[in-house]
Design a protein around this ligand. Structure first.
Ligand SMILES: *Cc1c(COP(=O)(O)O)cnc(C)c1O
Length: 354
């Protein structure tokens, strides 16, 4: 049975990737061995890792002499601490745009002074703060490009002198921007790149080595870089499937081509949210995310009817996060436009029969 998977994460991946990945579980490239049983030091896996790292930088259009791509463990949440450990000497600036930003702030506070330059908490994070100043002595500015839970996305990145660190977990590889604007990007694989278990970190080499604290090996980007992202056993399967997804993205025409498709999907759902008198968008219009559309029913009494209709139509994973309520349609790269059309049809049908 075909499901329309709107899950916020772990999320939908391309069918062709699932096919290749399941074959590799039985037999990796006719080697007679499973991807799950080969050594991470084998030639086959070293090639997979190198391909994944190369593709990641290529999709972001970043110079491999300036930036390094790493596949680490611990999720994006581990990066909340790791970024601060490696970059926070005295003071760092953080933009508070949601639950994940707030968690990053909490970790950074363990290591130095944190200046929260602006926050949208006053309106339950339904917008992106636009005017704020970053102190001139900040070691870096930390931002979250897409707020998965609240459905907001930064469209214009602030011009700042400080290095910019970005949690891009839920919109990496979804739109073409000048990625050289960022000095460090991190993203848990499970939102738009692969299965849970790997975290992509893309770091500009020259921002490292500037803090005075001793950094434990597992928390040190320089350790990971010097060992080609294989200081210890990497998450082999997750790296493999991420590599397959990055190959798929290349076949699809890369980030600019997928951005067009993502925009079509977002336009389709937001047009319906604004047109249909039964629904209301959560995020303010100018900050709406092309990845996660958040919306509510104006009349809660219609909830059980709408939920039942959604279930009948095989719409999966559209419940909103508990801190927002309502609904959230996550439309990551692999979600086809047809799935969004089915959701929109159900919304129209509710209007017709309510
Ligand atoms: C999901 C998510 C996280 C947390 O990722 P984990 O890999 O579970 O630690 C952090 N930031 C953003 C923006 C997310 O969407």
């Amino acid at each position: 049975m075909m499901q329309h998977n709107f899950s916020a994460g772990p999320c939908i991946l391309p069918k062709s990737v699932f096919n290749k990945a399941s074959k590799a579980v039985m037999d990796l490239d006719n080697s007679g061995l499973s991807i799950l049983e080969i050594s991470h030091r084998s030639k086959a896996f070293v090639e997979i890792m190198e391909k994944a790292r190369t593709l990641a930088l290529a999709h972001l259009n970043l110079n491999p002499n300036e930036y390094t791509a790493l596949f680490l463990q611990g999720g994006a949440s581990y990066q909340f601490l790791m970024t601060a450990y490696n970059l926070l000497e005295s003071k760092a600036a953080y933009l508070d745009t949601g639950t994940w930003s707030a968690k990053a702030i909490k970790e950074a506070k363990l290591l130095g002074e944190v200046d929260v330059v602006a926050s949208s908490k006053d309106k339950n994070y339904n917008y992106i703060p636009k005017s704020f100043t970053v102190p001139s002595d900040a070691n870096y500015l930390h931002i979250t490009s897409n707020n998965t839970i609240f459905g907001t996305q930064i469209k214009d990145f602030p011009q700042v002198d400080a290095p910019v660190v970005c949690d891009m977990s839920s919109d990496i590889f979804s739109r073409a921007i000048d990625f050289s604007y960022f000095d460090l990007i991190y993203a848990g694989a499970q939102k738009n790149m692969g299965p849970a278990g790997a975290t992509l970190v893309v770091v500009k080499n020259d921002i490292l080595g500037k803090v005075s604290r001793a950094i434990p090996s597992m928390l040190d980007y320089q350790t990971m870089i010097s060992k080609d992202s294989m200081f210890n056993t990497p998450p082999v399967f997750s790296v493999y499937v991420s590599m397959l997804t990055l190959e798929w993205l290349k076949q699809e025409g890369g980030v600019s081509a997928i951005e067009k498709k993502n925009k079509e999907k977002a336009d389709l759902i937001y047009t319906e949210i604004d047109r249909n008198p039964l629904f209301e968008g959560f995020a303010v219009k100018e900050d709406r995310s092309a990845m996660n559309a958040t919306f509510t029913l104006k009349d809660e009494a219609l909830k059980s009817k709408f939920d039942e209709m959604a279930k009948q139509a095989n719409l999966n994973g559209i419940n909103g996060h508990r801190s927002v309520g309502g609904y959230r349609a996550s439309m990551y790269n692999a979600l086809p436009l047809e799935s969004v059309q089915v959701l929109v049809d159900v919304m129209k049908e509710l209007e017709r029969t309510a």
